[in-house]
Unconditional design. Structure first.
Length: 175
């Protein structure tokens, strides 16, 4: 009975496979939106003000960061929690594939969120003609962004502390 339950629990990790496949469909949707925005940028470039162009470029950069985050979560999550990816010998392989554990992935996601938040904050500052108009809203954007920054830094510090404590335990019995 125990073996059967353990086998079922272990096999249940495959429930995540369609979730990761769904993320690839979300990536397709994001790609479509990216090229729609790029088309709008290219077709309106002559009549567009410089600040408007910068805002559109920031939106494109934002989408690229989100797409990269999706790729990172999709591949490393699949490899960490479902099954190793079998990439043919001599085929193209991502250098970080197989090297991101759950903690590393968490830190990469946190730093990506900080980068995305930075872009949104910059866009909010650029879209606001005067700070007096949306000062309260901008203040909240800054507070939220700083919360992301502090959270990401704390995750990194905790990860480093955990790694050092695990490293010291690993070496204690080696004398």
């Amino acid at each position: 009975m125990e073996k059967t339950i353990e086998k079922l629990l272990f096999a249940s990790r495959w429930i995540l496979a369609p979730v990761y496949l769904g993320m690839s469909l979300a990536l397709v949707a994001l790609g479509i939106k990216f090229f729609m925005e790029l088309y709008h940028l290219l077709t309106g470039i002559v009549a567009m003000a410089e600040s408007e162009m910068v805002l559109m470029l920031l939106a494109l950069v934002d989408m690229v960061l989100v797409a990269s985050l999706i790729i990172m979560v999709m591949f490393s999550g699949y490899e960490n929690f479902v099954s190793q990816l079998d990439v043919e010998e001599g085929a193209e392989k991502l250098s970080w594939l197989g090297k991101l554990d759950a903690n590393s992935l968490k830190l990469k996601v946190a730093s990506s969120i900080v980068a995305i938040s930075s872009i949104h904050l910059l866009r909010a500052f650029m879209e606001t003609p005067t700070l007096a108009e949306r000062g309260n809203t901008l203040m909240w954007y800054v507070i939220i962004h700083l919360t992301f920054v502090v959270s990401a830094v704390m995750m990194g510090v905790l990860d480093r502390i955990t790694a050092k404590s695990h490293g010291s335990h690993d070496h204690e019995g080696e004398t």
